[in-house]
Design a protein around this ligand. Structure first.
Ligand SMILES: O=C(O)CCC(=O)c1ccccc1C(=O)O
Ligand SMILES: [Mg+2]
Length: 368
């Protein structure tokens, strides 16, 4: 693969609705778009999931800009890349910084698929034709506000509802949702809001038939997750704790989870995502694709990876209109009866809307 230049753009978009989790509220999104241009005249695109504050993980837009500009891009420009799988090996000397690595690696994957006239899903070894879509519902000001939103999502056809929980916003809301929607596939995501002292409290969730509880305990604690899982009927799904295939292996062997949420950004790219997917498949652990409120480019990568066989649970891959007045790709991602169809075009299969991207760009830098 012959890389001619790489463009970083920091863009800013307003979210249609603020999104609140146990760690904070996002009103808008500043994030980095990566464009890798080849000598053959094609462009591959990637999007970093980092936000301005280091509250989901330790990375931010600024740390990404630094790590990409000063380390990762110089490495890429010097290397000879035969296949996108080479990129994660190339980046290995740089510790962590998973979101930064993933944004570049995703752009290389898109470029590779385009150079070989393949959809990204096909290039990744995907087999599915359409994907089931779930929705992640943030913390609200009142139970009634939450219930009316859930009702709207159920009517729109989402295949699974995920609610954000934290102490004081958990048992009451799950109970209220179950009362009105006894059958809806329901799960809860705590974003690390509990401790091992909360075992008796969390056990009270067992009676509501949740498909899983996502990341109840701290991000770097798979030991206590294993203790908790032994005391809970509800399956634990890990999100923040899993960055590598080795993390996944250890968590599975300890019994820290029964399901894994895969986020391309959190694990440093598509190659590592595939490795974790394959490991989970061989150990009987289902996976699903998480979301980080991505704009269209990141969303397109999420859709492509969800085509792999062991993504058997609905993902947080809601359509563009759930997040944005206008998305940065054409066509926008659409959902019909709770499904997203895969795009047919090469690579990510959606075209970046360059006019809109230029309008939203705060700063850009070209490396050649
Ligand atoms: O993109 C989406 O719709 C999922 C939103 C979501 O749950 C989330 C959004 C930002 C940061 C962390 C998470 C999470 O899954 O924990
Ligand atoms: Mg989560």
């Amino acid at each position: 693969m012959d890389i001619k230049s790489i463009v970083l753009r920091q863009v800013k978009m307003d979210l249609l609705h603020p999104f609140t989790t146990s760690v904070g509220t996002e009103y808008d999104k500043d994030f980095i778009l990566v464009e890798v241009l080849s000598k053959s005249g094609l462009s591959g695109w990637g999007e970093s999931v980092s936000i301005v504050e280091p509250i989901y993980n330790e990375e931010t837009v600024q740390t990404n800009w630094h790590i990409m500009s000063d380390f990762l891009i110089p490495m890429l420009m010097k290397a000879s890349i035969q296949h996108p799988d080479d990129v994660s090996d190339l980046f290995r000397p740089i510790r962590r910084n998973f979101n930064a690595k993933a944004a570049l690696e995703c752009a290389i994957w898109d470029l590779y698929a385009k150079e070989n006239s393949l959809t990204l899903a096909k290039a990744l070894g995907g087999v599915k034709q359409q994907i089931e879509v779930g929705v992640s519902v943030g913390i609200k000001n009142s139970v009634d506000e939450l219930l009316r939103q859930v009702e709207g999502y159920v009517n729109e056809g989402y295949k699974r509802i995920k609610v954000k929980i934290k102490p004081e916003w958990d048992l009451e809301i799950v109970k209220a949702i179950r009362r009105e929607f006894p059958q809806v596939p329901l799960m809860a995501d705590a974003n690390c809001a509990y401790t091992i002292e909360d075992i008796p409290h969390l056990q009270q969730l067992d009676e509501f038939g949740l498909t899983m509880i996502e990341q109840p305990l701290d991000s770097d604690d798979i030991i206590d997750h294993a203790k908790l899982q032994k005391e809970l009927q509800t399956p634990i799904c890990l999100d923040e704790s899993i960055h590598t295939v080795e993390d996944a292996r250890k968590a599975i062997e300890l019994g820290s989870c029964k399901i894994i949420n895969l986020k391309i950004g959190r694990v440093g790219g598509l190659t590592e995502t595939k490795k974790i997917h394959d490991l989970c498949e061989s150990r009987g652990i289902p996976v699903w694709c998480g979301g980080m409120l991505e704009a269209g480019i990141g969303r397109a990568h999420n859709i492509a990876i969800t085509s792999l066989a062991n993504f058997t649970l609905p993902g947080d891959t809601a359509p563009s209109s759930h997040y944005w007045k206008k998305d940065i790709i054409t066509p926008e991602v659409k959902m019909k009866d709770g499904y997203i169809e895969f795009p047919k075009g090469d690579g990510i299969g959606y075209e970046p809307n360059m006019k809109l991207i230029d309008e939203l760009t705060v700063v850009s830098r070209t490396f050649s």
